[in-house]
Ligand binder design. Structure first.
Ligand SMILES: [Zn+2]
Length: 220
């Protein structure tokens, strides 16, 4: 399966679905991250944030692409959709992860709308949350129980953001969020998602894979 995750700034994707992407890589899926800007507006230096993002992608096991847009000024409409279209044509994703549309940051809102438009031929579109997402009501959850620490380690690649006084995240809060989403999903820790379109491919493949745990035990 091919997976594409789109985020506006270095660290957005990891905050929203970093552990889920690690799960995809573990399954053998091919994961690509498209980061639309270098995060220039935070004044930490473009080179630093580029290197941080490259390290994070390497830890996840994902390919990294850059959109080349200016932080805070991602254009609405055609130009951004075209940039996404080019990556989608290349990657051919089965699943797209992108910002949720209700967000106080203008770049995040723009990327979400453009992502939905660019994903017109993608079967599954999942919205992830970041600290500026509003009114997020996830109905889909990924159990990340044994990889929360790996998610936090990936986020620590973005050291310039971790140590910011007004930083977009602190790791304790991210761990608490994972615990709360897990509580909602009746597992220990989770990442939560909304979806505008979810196609469930139950496949015709190995029947054993489709067995419930009850059925599998009964055959032993
Ligand atoms: Zn962002």
């Amino acid at each position: 399966m091919n997976v594409l995750a789109i985020g506006c700034h270095p660290d957005d994707i990891e905050l929203g679905c970093g552990a889920t992407l690690i799960r995809h890589v573990e399954r053998g899926d091919h994961v690509t991250m498209l980061v639309l800007t270098l995060g220039q507006a935070t004044h930490q230096g473009i080179g630093l944030r580029r290197a941080e993002q490259e390290n994070a992608a390497r830890m996840i096991g994902a390919d990294l692409r850059w959109g080349g847009f200016e932080d805070g000024s991602i254009p609405e409409g055609r130009e951004t959709i075209d940039a996404m279209d080019r990556v989608i044509a290349d990657v051919r994703p089965d699943i797209l992860y992108v910002h949720a549309p209700d967000d106080s940051h203008q770049d995040h809102r723009t990327a979400s709308l453009a992502g939905v438009a660019a994903a017109r031929r993608i079967g599954t579109v999942m919205f992830y949350e970041t600290p500026s997402t509003q009114h997020f009501q996830p109905t889909m959850f990924v159990d990340i129980d044994d990889i929360v620490e790996r998610k936090l380690a990936v986020l620590q690649c973005h050291l310039s953001q971790v140590v910011r006084q007004d930083g977009p995240f602190d790791l304790e809060a991210i761990a608490a969020q994972a615990r709360f989403r897990g509580f909602q999903a009746h597992v220990r820790t989770a990442e939560g998602f909304e979806s505008t379109r979810f196609t469930w491919d139950l496949g015709a493949g190995d029947r054993q894979k489709g067995m419930s745990e009850w059925e599998r035990l009964a055959t032993m």
